[in-house]
Design a protein around this ligand. Structure first.
Ligand SMILES: *Cc1c(COP(=O)(O)O)cnc(C)c1O
Length: 383
């Protein structure tokens, strides 16, 4: 995915930086379109995975909707020409200001996570003499079998409305005259690589739909969120996730009522593989059992390993050494969690070698910080 010409170019650019392969992103978007179009599924891109302008503009040009989790993401989506009528707004703690931004822009749908939130949206909509269209974010109690920090659909999680609250929710909604219920929403977690998990979600959604149907509630929209995982171990082997199998599975197992639309909110699976974090080796230092490879990028540029023990494939792009060694690949930040890999076998590395941390397009640049007063990481592109 990184060509010799790219590597030549990297030598001229100040590291660290994100390097996005926009050709791969385009190819991915085409595959998503081709796999979802036969079923008329609606795909919303989850901005929080990567809200880089060039990436958003490209995704928007393919006609995808947007999934936002803050007022600023709504503003950003609109700036990048995503139609307001395609914007879903999720989040367990929407502030009044953010709700007002969504109301002013007349977005597609609020994904509501609690009764108190519905009451506030109703109040604010009333003050503007508007009707807010909402979906109920339901906690289906389905185990995503992913890292517990990115599991969101279990009873113990803070997200969504639990089934034992449904009756109360329906009663409350009758009184909230400035809300219109148009959908049911689910999002059970991220980096889900076992497609059986999504089958389990489909079966739960069918049961929950049945419950609402029996209570005379038929909604127009079902939204099953995102969460499709990518191959972090071996990105070259599967640069594009199997979207055909993913959408096909929903087609097979999710029972839609007539006229019902199915929505997805995909983040990681669209952008993860098109991004690499490019960094230089500052020092190689002997340790107890392995050597430390100290990079000029750390958790300030890519926090996933420190935040949820994520592991990324790491490549030395410039070493010509025939020998290999084991390295603890670490960043320069004053935290012991600032570590990308332990005892990783790599070609013998020297100061100045250029390293690629792969599959960094999702939840990478967006989570960058200025901790230690470091410069905010920049981005470069190939087309
Ligand atoms: C984060 C998030 C997504 C996107 O998840 P991915 O795993 O990146 O596909 C979708 N919907 C909601 C509500 C989210 O919070």
């Amino acid at each position: 995915m990184i060509s010799p010409k790219d590597i030549q170019r990297f030598k001229e650019i100040k590291t660290p930086f994100y390097f996005y392969n926009l050709a791969l992103l385009e190819e991915t978007l085409q595959v998503v379109k081709k796999a979802s179009n036969p079923y008329n599924y609606h795909v919303h891109y989850a901005l929080k995975a990567n809200s880089n302008n060039k990436i958003l503009t490209l995704i928007q040009s393919y006609g995808f909707g947007a999934d936002c989790v803050s007022g600023n993401e709504i503003k950003k989506a609109i700036e990048c020409n995503f139609p307001a009528s395609s914007i879903a707004f999720a989040g367990v703690g929407k502030s009044d200001e953010e709700i007002n931004i969504a109301l002013d822009n007349e977005i597609f749908c609020f994904n509501c996570e609690s009764i108190p939130e519905m009451e506030v949206i109703n109040e604010l909509a009333k003050a503007k003499n508007k009707i807010a269209t909402i979906a109920l974010r339901i906690n289906p109690n389905v185990n995503a079998k992913t890292h517990h920090y990115i599991t969101t659909g279990l009873e113990e999680n803070k997200f969504g409305i639990n089934p034992w609250e449904f009756e109360t929710v329906i009663e409350t909604l009758k009184k909230l005259t400035h809300l219109k219920l148009i959908g049911l929403h689910f999002h059970i977690g991220s980096q889900i690589t076992d497609l059986n998990v999504f089958k389990g979600l489909c079966l739960r959604v069918n049961e929950i739909q049945e419950w609402f149907y029996n209570h005379q509630i038929i909604v127009e929209h079902i939204n099953v969120g995102g969460g499709l995982g990518v191959n972090y171990e071996n990105p070259e082997q599967s640069p594009i996730p199997d979207f055909e199998a993913f959408f096909g599975l929903f087609h097979q197992f999710l029972q839609l009522r007539p006229q019902q639309h199915l929505h997805f909110e995909l983040g990681r699976s669209i952008v993860a593989q098109c991004g690499n974090l490019i960094t230089k080796v500052l020092y190689v230092k002997k340790g107890l059992n392995t050597s430390f490879m100290i990079l000029d990028a750390g958790m300030t540029e890519l926090i996933r390993p420190a935040l949820y023990q994520a592991s990324h494939s790491i490549k030395n792009l410039t070493s010509t050494s025939k020998t290999t060694e084991r390295y603890d690949v670490v960043g320069p930040i004053c935290e012991s969690s600032d570590c990308f890999a332990k005892a990783l076998l790599l070609p013998t590395t020297v100061r100045g070698d250029i390293i690629a941390i792969q599959t960094a397009g999702a939840y990478g640049e967006v989570m960058a910080s200025r901790y230690n007063l470091r410069d905010l990481v920049t981005a470069h592109y190939s087309f």
